[in-house]
Design a protein around this ligand. Structure first.
Ligand code: ZN
Ligand code: ZN
Ligand code: ZN
Length: 333
């Protein structure tokens, strides 16, 4: 049995279930740990990265816990001219081009050579989520950017090129199409229902209960109804909040602890899986919307994105989110 489902936010379709879960997979990637290779992100190797843009330590003194540095191999740079088009990256129905203007940064998340968010200490994890907020605020104040994509790749199947735990950030002069689609879905829902789409989704999830993984005082972690991947989990604030940079300082520890716990559960469920996560938040150059609502999407990379997905944009997920959530709930520390 399988089922087509649509995610109301991205409007992406998925196929849940089917007989594919039990099929053989000869190509499960072995997680190879690079040993003996000099790592530019480890403590003591600070001169191997460009100078830090920001640095965090316990109580603001002593050795660093988290460093933010420019990416040595950036996808976009501020050397390129700022595009004159007011909306680069928007779909305008023609073959468009714009200079590759932007900022590409790396957030090094521990001085120790560890690989995953789940390996971080409380202080490191909290500093990471504070760094996300601080970089958003700084880049917003700088002016030329409209959107900042914060993301993490862990493990070879998730596209990580360096093992040492880190996130990346790309500040862009335009709003990417996927975010535009989410804004559009939220805007249309708000016009009809006069409320936040994601808040509505969260309330439905809480009422149903079966896809909730964990609730804390201010945040909810759940397996979305139209999950693209087995053990996909989204984290969102319980109350309506359009912009990540508005998370209260007092809630950063709760959020980083929850994210680390969820990643740890996914790794225990799926055996040190490769994963990506990314933050979706409201673009800079607009007042706080009544409808957009920030969230983090965590996608374990247990199955490959292959021909059907590339060809259709529709994902096949053999493992239903209801079963995934039940399993993840059972894996509390
Ligand atoms: Zn390292
Ligand atoms: Zn909301
Ligand atoms: Zn999203």
């Amino acid at each position: 049995m399988s089922e087509f489902r649509q995610d109301p936010l991205s409007r992406r379709w998925v196929i849940i279930g089917g007989e594919r879960g039990g099929r053989p997979n000869e190509f499960v990637e072995a997680t190879t740990r690079a040993t003996g290779i000099s790592c530019p992100f480890c403590a003591g190797h600070e001169t191997e990265t460009p100078p830090a843009i920001a640095s965090y330590s316990s109580n603001g003194k002593g050795k660093w816990l988290v460093r933010v540095v420019p990416n040595k191999f950036p996808a976009v740079t501020t050397q390129d001219a700022l595009p004159t088009d007011s909306s680069p990256l928007a779909s305008n129905g023609k073959a468009a081009a714009a200079p590759g203007f932007g900022s590409h940064e790396v957030i090094i998340e521990s001085p120790r050579h560890v690989a995953s968010l789940s390996d971080l200490t409380d202080a490191e994890a909290q500093a990471v989520f504070a760094a996300y907020r601080d970089r958003l605020l700084k880049l917003k104040a700088e002016g030329p950017y409209r959107y900042v994509q914060i993301f993490k790749n862990v493990g070879p199947a998730a596209g990580a090129s360096l093992e040492h735990v880190h996130s990346q950030l790309v500040a862009l002069p335009g709003v990417p199409e996927l975010i535009e689609q989410e804004l559009k879905s939220c805007g249309e829902f708000f016009q009809q229902q006069k409320r936040s789409l994601l808040l509505d989704m969260l309330e439905r999830e809480l009422a149903a209960g079966q896809r909730i993984v964990r609730e804390t005082e201010h945040f909810i972690a759940f397996c979305p109804y139209a999950s693209r991947f087995g053990y996909e989990v989204w984290i969102a604030p319980r109350r309506h909040q359009p912009r990540y940079e508005d998370v209260a300082a007092g809630e950063l520890g709760e959020l980083s602890g929850l994210a680390r716990d969820i990643v740890g559960r996914i790794e225990r469920a799926a055996g040190q899986a490769s994963y990506n996560y990314f933050l979706h938040t409201q673009p800079f150059d607009m007042p706080a919307y009544d409808h957009y609502h920030w969230h983090i999407e965590i996608i374990p990379r247990l199955t490959k994105v292959a021909g059907f997905e590339w060809g259709t944009g529709c994902f096949i997920n053999p493992y239903p989110p209801e079963a995934a959530a039940e399993h993840l709930r059972s894996l509390a520390e």
